[in-house]
Design a protein around this ligand. Structure first.
Ligand code: TEU
Ligand code: CA
Length: 556
């Protein structure tokens, strides 16, 4: 297995809109990020991945791009970007951009041209189909953000495909001109000196020619079999690799909705010449009776099975990306841990231990290193995310479900839980802005903020800082072989890592009560690398784990 910088790195995801406001307009921006680079350097991360900062009307907060080579006005100027890039590089921090090329904004010049006429030169940059008569879309597919995946355009009397919002028309990757324009744009960014791309829904760029009705789920049909892992997806990624990626020392991570351990070996195979790694979503795809909108918790045995399968089946063949949350997911400590005051810090540190001792590249989502929690939403008026706004309307507005029944589910899973502003200090608006924030700051910023935690050696922040340092000091954490122990335990997540002449025992209690545990003979007398409840002496082997206790033992 070859060794490279992106395998040994820890990556920090920034959602620019909510990270730091540099000019008091209540919206995070590039100058704000630059002003916080020393904080990130102190944390010890190696790479920042920024969610999109390109020109956009913000229908989906920047995931609807109207110009790939201009900076969104809210975020600043291209000079601000250049300043951020060089300031990050001066600190040894690499910068990975978010590449959103499954779709553009409907305000992109390509789409403005494409919709003008059926014989326009840009017509086939997008996916147009005849309807089945008046007000009848080409098929029954539903979009990820509610409603039909087809929007009627009166100018030419046809429908265009949008798997997300109607302001996010899907590009037609079968058109070589589209691929050429995308590759040229990517090269332009690489020539500026960026260090890689996170590729938004990249598993969706190839669609089948035939677009039949999908299996009905609720009010619409499912597009998955026709729009995910399509017939040419690997050919297009190999072409992208030949034309752009292979020419630069950059890293790439695909956001591959629907990926399996088998297809991951193609997308991110050691020698597949496509991407370096992929995000899989099996551990964050548990559903309830309202689909993703559920406040139920995935059983630990199911979580362990999923994470272990990815650890073992990719080992030596492809590279894992490790994450608990991102800008699309609720906060990890609320979803997988326990955000009650007496357990929040302990369970945040336990979750960090569980993930950062695994094989693969760990991703820290902004605020996760502080143990930031979900927001206490009380009304749909507090939502800003198009997905949550539409979902509430579709389920409650339509009378399908009562507010009382649906509210706990959407409040638990809304993407806005992760998009409330970064909590910097116990000051106005958590130190995020001197203005009125675009989305409310979590009122618990008084207890949970970077200023307090960077000064407190026992904080969640310092625990993450130590985990990051351990990864750099112990190659077994990066390259060691994973093995799950106690698969049937619903309280304990216990696994080993073996390699580089070392063996680790990683013990994580997901329980809010004491749990007996026997330290395996081979770890008797081992040294303790890290523990969230103070040093775990390893004198005796029959021990009782305290609630959310986590520790790592190492033997030569
Ligand atoms: O997300 C794709 C995606 O699958 C998510 O929308 C996910 O299905 C959903 O959020 C789970 O609740 C990417 C971006 O990460 C997301 O922010 C964008 O909204 C989406 O693509 C469209 O660009
Ligand atoms: Ca701003």
């Amino acid at each position: 297995m070859n060794r490279t910088w992106w395998k040994e790195a820890v990556i920090y995801q920034i959602y620019p809109r909510s990270f730091m406001d540099g000019n008091g307009d209540g919206i995070g921006d590039l100058k704000g990020i630059t002003s916080r680079l020393d904080y990130l350097k102190y944390l010890g991360i190696d790479v920042i991945w920024m969610s999109p900062v390109y020109k956009s009307p913000n229908d989906d907060n920047g995931y609807d791009i109207s110009d790939y080579q201009e900076i969104m006005e809210d975020f600043g100027t291209m000079e601000d970007f250049d300043e951020l890039l060089s300031a990050a590089h001066e600190r040894g921090i690499r910068v990975v951009m978010d590449l959103v090329v499954n779709h553009t904004s409907d305000e992109h010049k390509w789409f403005a041209e494409s919709r003008k006429s059926k014989d326009n030169a840009y017509r086939d940059y997008y996916i147009w189909r005849e309807g089945k008569g008046a007000d009848a879309p080409p098929n029954n597919w539903g979009s990820c953000f509610g409603g039909s995946a087809w929007e009627y355009d009166g100018e030419t009397g046809m429908y265009y495909l949008h798997l997300f919002s109607k302001k996010q028309p899907d590009l037609n990757w079968d058109n070589p001109n589209v691929r050429r324009e995308v590759f040229d744009m990517m090269t332009w960014w690489c020539e500026k000196g960026i260090d890689g791309f996170r590729m938004d829904v990249i598993s969706m760029i190839s669609k089948t020619k035939e677009m039949p009705d999908g299996e009905v789920n609720g009010r619409y049909g499912c597009f998955d079999p026709y729009c995910i892992h399509g017939p040419n997806v690997h050919a297009y990624l190999q072409e992208m690799n030949r034309e752009v990626l292979s020419k630069y020392d950059i890293m790439t991570v695909g956001e591959t909705a629907g990926v399996t351990t088998e297809s991951a070996k193609q997308y991110a195979g050691e020698n597949a010449k496509e991407l370096n790694m992929v995000f899989q979503f099996e551990h964050v795809s548990d559903e309830g009776k309202y689909g993703k909108w559920t406040d139920e918790r995935m059983p630990l045995t199911v979580l362990k099975k999923i994470m272990s399968r990815w650890q073992t089946e990719l080992y030596g063949k492809a590279w894992n990306s490790l994450f608990w949350d991102n800008h699309d997911q609720p906060r990890a400590v609320s979803r997988f841990g326990d955000d009650r005051p007496q357990y929040r810090e302990l369970s945040a540190k336990m979750l960090a231990t569980c993930l950062h001792m695994m094989q693969g590249t760990p991703y820290i989502y902004q605020g996760e290193e502080l143990g930031m929690t979900n927001y206490p939403f009380i009304s749909p008026d507090e939502f800003r995310d198009i997905e949550s706004v539409h979902a509430y309307e579709e389920w409650c507005g339509s009378g399908l479900v009562s507010h009382e029944e649906f509210w706990p589910c959407i409040a638990a899973r809304s993407r806005d839980n992760a998009r409330t502003p970064m909590q910097w200090e116990d000051a106005q608006e958590g130190g995020f802005t001197t203005g009125k924030p675009w989305i409310a700051v979590n009122p618990n910023y008084r207890q949970i903020n970077a200023k307090a935690e960077t000064k407190d050696p026992s904080s969640v922040f310092h625990y993450y800082k130590k985990l990051i340092a351990l990864r750099k000091e112990n190659p077994v954490i990066v390259y060691g072989k994973y093995e799950l122990l106690l698969p049937d335990s619903e309280e304990l997540f216990v696994y080993t890592r073996t390699g580089e002449g070392k063996k680790l025992l990683v013990v994580c209690s997901f329980a809010d009560r004491q749990v007996p545990f026997t330290i395996p003979d081979e770890f008797a007398g081992a040294s303790c690398l890290i523990a969230n409840r103070g040093e775990r002496n390893c004198g005796k082997q029959e021990i009782v784990l305290e609630p959310y206790e986590a520790f790592v033992l190492m033997v030569d």
